[in-house]
Design a protein around this ligand. Sequence first.
Ligand code: ADP
Ligand code: MG
Length: 701
Amino acid sequence: MRPSPLDPLFAEVTSLPGVGPRMRLLFDRLIGEPGKSARVLDLLFHLPHGAVDRRARPTVAEAVPGEIVTLTVRVASHHPSPPGRSRAPYRVVVEDETGDVTLVFFNADRRRLDKLLPIGEERFVSGKIELWDGRRQMVHPDRVVDAAGLADMPVVEPTYGLTEGLTARYVNRIARAALARVPELPEWQKESWLARNDFPDFRTALERLHAPQDMAAFAPDSAARRRLAYDELLATQLALALLRKSLRRAPGRENVGDGRLVARLREVLPFALTGSQEQAVADIRRDLAAPQRMLRLLQGDVGSGKTAVALMAMASAVEAGRQAAMMAPTEILARQHFERLAPLAEAAGLRLGLLTGRDKGAERRRTLAALADGGLDIVVGTHALFQEDVAFHDLGLAVVDEQHRFGVHQRFALGAKGAAVDVLVMTATPIPRTLVLTYFGDMDVSVLKEKPAGRKPIDTRTVPLERLDEVVGATGRAIRGGARVYWVCPLVAESETLDVAAAEERYASLVSVFGSEAVGLLHGKMPGREKDAVMARFAAGDLKILVATTVIEVGVDVPEATVMVIEHAERFGLAQLHQLRGRIGRGAAASTCLLLYKAPPGPVAEARLRIMRETEDGFRIAEEDLKLRGEGEILGTRQSGAPDFRLVRTETDADLIAAARDDARLVIERDPRLAGPRGEALKLLLYLFERDEAIRLLRAG
Ligand code: ADP
Ligand code: MG
């Protein structure tokens, strides 16, 4: 149970004065987790990215053109637009003893301006001063207030990431109200560490950002922001350390047998494992045999053959008399894994099942019963696997595929389905070393460095969208030559304003050229069974062209597909382009990737397209991506369920990661139950950053 002093922070934003139902929807869109309402805490963690400094209070004569100033003036005269020329601006001249300034308003409402700037009265106007025809002017002052208004006006005004309908001024007003809800909290950081870094306390840090008195907090290395980033890092590292400890603490079970099933699999696999795959299998079998829980990350670029390694690992657990489960992030992937593995499993004598959210009724009951009584050795599925009513006879190994699609909690939820379950998480996202540390703590890592032999390099070309006709022509030639083609369109989703080639339109136009027997359509809004049917027809070769949104991004494996067309490639991130392209180049035949872009691409898009042409190396792409995008977006976006940070910026806070890890380790050594005074405060920190699953582990142990 969350300690009650934190409750006001977890209340919905509507608990703050000035947030009604309409604004609540906007806040939900801006800062709410998908499907959840925005809370006070979400608003506090929605840090401003900068601020407008209104502290400069020069006289009119001293005001420097181009700068933001707040002037103390008297209103001298009004000059409405001349009759019949309503497009001409409304001017108001204001002055002090050193000179005058013309305030310029377009589309002015005369009555409002009369009220706002009564002749002869003192007013405070804030905005950017400019020179026009040698005269000082201010176009649409940001603020015009009287003495009372000045007292309320923030002199340093934070700017925020916004959504349509929300202004920075309003968000700031509500954020200040949220600050007042931050309770007095005990310090969870070490005093010596705070002193060394000149870090303020948690609440002061938030205040310096949302209610700033100066601009210091907005520097990239500001103590206020870094203090908060460090809080988040420590919460994460602490949760990981607790998790790791609890997983390791369980007395080990030898989840590896005599090698009989693994040997059988080698015979039935249509290929020999690569050296990297062999190494990974050996690492895993050693972990499985050890008297501790395994917690291993298998990293391998797209197409490097992680599934085969997973199968070997699962067979090892089955040899030891246990069950194994593999969880995939999407229905399509789970089914694909099932279909791929089924013939191999059968040949090797492994009993394989499938469980997804779509399975219902009698079929589901049969699968559940077989899992519970040991009638199945291996189950493949989606997150339906860790639902409450799923019980295993004796789960020994949990494999989580494409883990970056899962939240931090989900990733390990499957491991809780048995006693001392070994855990293998697999990712195709090449993660630079510092980030591995951040997201996984001290997890053991195996890397698939090489791709299976015989793969040909993918010929990647960039083509302006105007040459779409030629691309359609080339597609025709390719499918007549027996090729299968992915045609990817960006998701239309929320951005109706963007000129996006909708997948449906493209589908229709390709059908009109190639006929409806040859072209299929796949997008996320389709019912699951339809998706499966389309995927199956494409995999079988009935369909030659698959028009799809990015639903095919992760894991889809049709080795016969050799052409990929990506429309509006300039809209995709590098990691995403790399994932998409990874769908081809999986068989022995040469593959081609055409990146269609709207000319001229911006500088970042251009750099991305160039990198895509230059390399297929996922690690290089990830590094370039980090450089281009800065933020740790490399692990995907919030929408994709990535373990996202709210306050940490990997490019400026990387140095804090190791410190947080060491600190967390020390804490756990000295006070494993977080029972001491700092431990109690650290529990609050875990709740604040919603790493409280770790607190359950404390109790369980
Ligand atoms: P990913 O690592 O992206 O999940 P997959 O496991 O889907 O990759 O494997 C990609 C393709 O490579 C599959 O068609 C798989 O059968 C094939 N493959 C895997 N290992 C080898 C190997 N050692 N030799 C040849 N092909 C392989
Ligand atoms: Mg895969």
